[in-house]
Design a protein around this ligand. Structure first.
Ligand code: FAD
Length: 465
């Protein structure tokens, strides 16, 4: 059987499905090919299920702090099957929604694994047999998968975030190898549910690449929860037993041993460009296996585009979706280009970390002529009324113009507060603009305004020296 289409999208994650919808809106005949799950990693085993588990675990653990509000709560327990049902339901609602949107936009959904036969042909394998698809333009959005390494290979007890999200039972103990974003988010989930969690991180601090002052706030909280954090830990071996796993690591010149029911490996992800016959299409990859693209997400083949985790830049769902819209518009002949000034990123830790634009570490490394101003959550009325006083906002502005160029937040609801700042950076707003924008009282958003007031040298709730 041969399918003919104008645009084919390979992969239905936040890159692929957004690209398909935008191309269809622009009048193209579109097919989308998916080998596993509509919605990709993000909706099925990434962003959404992890945030559902984070919420459930946080609410469970939060009850311990209710006494401070004058609330007496009898001992709280959990029903693991129902926790898992909550996660699965969140996933289902969203994946059903994506399927509804694809159908509503008359996009043909083709189930199966796609591989290039040549630069205008794909073969699609599925349980039902093999199909051929001929296309004019193609958007590759095949995403990424978990990585393992020689001393710790995936097995029944050495697993990835995918299995950890849907453990049939809450484990008593868990070793997390890799204290990056995924590692720290899921370490927090299980620590909140009472699992004994050990994080082994090879670098000198957790969340490598994120400013130390920000990560220190999160690290303190993890330690309060009983999480053991071992940094500079180079894992060099693992041994699976009937009821658990033993991991060995070189820590400060000594070999240490760690035991747990399970190990989660979260040491990065492999891009899915190795088994799609990309060489048959003549599409070039770089030395990391990433697809090389221009500012319209176009590869060296002018009718083939690539977006999301398989191209350079942070592996984030919103980055994939942004690139998806550019690629679809480029196919439709529009002159849209990838031209963001900031790509926000969030760690859904406790408290959350959100960063956008230039970071304070970049200011230092590049010796930028910038002003940095900070305001603590502890000085904000809403934060006090919420008992969420840990954290701060740091605004980074250009000294000469006062334009906002970056922002770092660690604290409650940082993931929501960051949006105003990304808009400000994109639209060249100054700290004065933010300071003079009325922020409702009492809100955490006022912390942003207060920080901007400090940057503009007109603080009200800080005594001027
Ligand atoms: P994917 O979402 O990986 O989708 C690719 C799709 O292509 C998959 O469905 C796959 O089955 C399909 N596919 C692959 N090869 C083929 C083929 N040959 N034929 C047909 N189909 C194929 N990002 C955030 O921004 N915020 C978060 O909070 C966040 N949390 C995360 C939590 C976890 C636990 C994980 C693992 C990731 C998280 N991410 C988060 C990252 C985010 O999920 C990815 O950046 C995003 O999903 C990438 O989108 P994509 O469209 O490039 O690829």
């Amino acid at each position: 059987m041969t399918i003919e289409t104008e645009v084919v999208v390979i992969g239905s994650g936040p890159g692929g499905y957004v690209a398909a919808i935008r191309a269809a809106q622009l009048g193209k005949k579109v097919a989308i090919i998916e080998k596993e799950y509509i919605g990709g990693v993000c909706l099925n085993v990434g962003c959404i299920p992890s945030k559902a588990m984070i919420t459930a675990a946080h609410k469970y653990n939060d009850v311990k702090e209710y006494e401070q509000f004058g609330l007496n709560v009898p001992e709280i327990t959990f029903d693991w099957d129902k926790v898992q049902a909550f996660r699965a339901n969140a996933v289902e609602q969203l994946t059903d929604g994506v399927e509804y949107l694809l159908n509503g936009n008359n996009i043909e959904i083709v189930r199966g694994t796609a591989r290039f036969e040549d630069e205008h042909t794909l073969s699609i394998e599925s349980e039902e047999g093999q199909k051929t698809l001929k296309f004019e333009d193609c958007i590759i959005a095949t995403g990424s998968r978990p990585r393992d390494i020689p001393p710790v290979r995936f097995s029944d007890r050495i697993v990835s975030s995918t299995e950890v999200l849907s453990f049939p039972e809450r484990p008593d103990s868990l070793i997390v190898i890799g204290g990056g974003v995924i590692g720290i988010e899921l370490a927090t989930v299980y620590a909140n549910f009472g699992t004994k969690v050990t994080v082994l991180e090879g670098q000198k601090s957790i969340l490598p690449g994120t400013n130390r002052k920000l990560t220190n706030v999160v690290q303190r909280k993890l330690k309060e929860k009983g999480v053991e954090i071992v940094t500079n830990a180079m894992v060099n071996g693992s041994q699976e037993t009937a009821d658990g796993v033993t991991v060995t690591a070189e820590v400060k010149g000594k070999t240490e041993e760690y035991k747990a029911d399970y190990v989660m490996l979260s040491i990065g992800r492999v891009v899915n460009t190795d088994d799609i016959g990309i060489e048959k299409a003549g599409v070039e990859l770089d030395e990391y296996g990433l697809v090389k693209v221009d500012e319209q997400a176009r590869t060296n083949k002018p009718h083939i585009y690539a977006i999301g985790d398989i191209i350079a830049g942070p592996q984030l769902a919103h980055k994939a979706s942004y690139e998806a819209k550019i690629a679809a518009e480029a196919i439709a002949g529009m002159d849209s280009t990838i031209a963001y000034k900031c790509m926000p990123s969030v760690v859904y830790s406790e408290p959350e970390i959100a960063v956008t634009g230039v970071t304070s570490d970049e200011v230092k490394a590049k010796k930028l002529d910038a002003i940095q101003s900070s305001f603590q959550y502890a000085g904000n009325g809403r934060a006090i009324a919420m008992a969420e006083t840990a954290g701060y906002v740091n605004l980074i502005s250009d000294k000469a113009t006062g334009k906002l160029i970056g922002c770092e937040i660690v604290g409650a609801n940082a993931s929501d507060l960051i949006n105003e700042l990304s808009l400000a950076i994109e639209k060249d707003l100054t700290v004065e603009d933010i300071a003079m924008t009325v922020h409702p009282h009492p809100t955490l958003g006022e912390i942003v305004m207060e920080t901007a007031e400090i940057a503009a040298d007109k603080p009200i709730h800080v005594v001027k020296k």
